[in-house]
Design a protein around this ligand. Structure first.
Ligand code: UDP
Ligand code: MG
Length: 305
């Protein structure tokens, strides 16, 4: 058996030594060939140098450095492109994803599951607001897309090489990995784990970054935001038609009334708002088409050891 482990590193200089040590301890218990793909996602700190200095201690360690920060999804994509394993595991490099879970994942994989994702048992480390947001996101996602994205399943997972090949076939530049990995299908199961506190540094995913990721995910997997406006249009014009008939009849019967400034203003402002929102949504999709059409690479590798 050949096992590949993908580790995305961004500003993790302080965590890298402990992370690799913890991972190696687990890998030592697994027979067969192994590779660790450490991807430095253009960290501005000295993550890359720290990784290089650790290289002599870990014979299976390969270090890839991006030319700039391309984001975690790009780092994972790069890992999947490079991974040679029969089974490929990806986990965060800040020790929030305990490497011991890999052993359980491998058990399930050996029983025939093609994808094993790790479900977080607790979200205590996250703020209340972030938890509420995540919950809302999963609910909206499952409602408006056909994908059954398991709530609580993050990027910590094991993929069989067949799944890896399938994900590698997906050409899109807007990469919402959790979605892509669910989209390809295959027999999946899960293991649970307690997410640990970040040992050092802070999360790179601010509220605005998470929000962008959510928009990215939703627009990548659903046309509902685009289509819902026709429904709104039909509803509003139906109401408007009824109101127009009422206006015509009442004008014919009782003559024109000049009052009505408030209702006219409300109508204009409401319609203006609706039109701007729907235009914005169309713009969002056009932006994505633009991104895809440019056909730029998803990441650029600067150094490859
Ligand atoms: N990460 C990355 N590129 C980025 C941001 C983060 O490769 O632009 C990595 C980071 O090093 C970590 C993982 O993605 O291994 C998860 O990031 P983080 O811990 O900041 O996010 P959270 O745990 O809060 O979701
Ligand atoms: Mg983290």
């Amino acid at each position: 058996m050949y096992l590949s482990v993908i580790l995305p590193f961004y500003r993790e200089a302080a965590n890298a030594p402990a992370m690799l040590a913890a991972l190696q301890k687990v890998l030592d218990q697994i027979p067969g060939e192994k590779e660790i793909l450490a991807i430095d996602d253009g960290s501005p700190d000295n993550t890359y140098d720290v990784l290089l200095s650790l290289k002599p201690q870990y014979k299976d360690l390969h270090i890839i450095r991006f030319a700039r920060n391309f984001g975690k999804e790009a780092a994972l994509t790069c890992g999947l492109n490079r991974a040679k394993g029969d089974a490929v595991v990806m986990l965060d490099s800040d020790l929030q994803h305990p490497p011991e879970v890999i052993l359980e994942m491998l058990e399930k994989w050996k029983q025939g599951d093609k994808m094993v994702y790790a479900l977080r048992r607790n979200r205590d480390g996250d703020s209340l607001l972030r938890r509420a947001w995540t919950k809302t996101f999963y609910w909206v996602f499952r409602t408006i897309t056909e994908l059954d994205l398991p709530p609580g399943a993050g990027d910590f997972r094991l993929l069989d090489k067949k799944v890896v090949a399938a994900v590698n076939q997906l050409p899109e530049r807007n990469r919402f990995m959790k979605g892509l990995m669910t989209w390809v299908g295959f027999k999946s199961s899960f293991v649970t784990f307690d997410v640990a506190e970040r040992t050092s540094g802070k999360s790179s995913f601010s509220f605005s970054k998470l929000f962008m990721l959510a928009i990215n995910g939703l627009t990548s997997f659903s046309n509902v935001p685009l289509r819902v406006w026709s429904l709104f249009g039909v509803l509003i014009s139906s109401v408007a038609t009824i109101y127009a008939i009422y206006l015509v009849i009442s004008t014919l019967l009782f003559g024109a009334k000049t009052a009505g400034f408030a209702s006219v203003m409300c109508g204009i402002l409401f319609m203006g708002g609706i039109q701007l929102i729907s235009l914005g949504v169309i713009g969002e999709y056009i932006g994505r088409i633009f991104n895809e059409v440019k056909d730029r690479p998803i990441y650029i590798v600067a150094e490859d050891d």
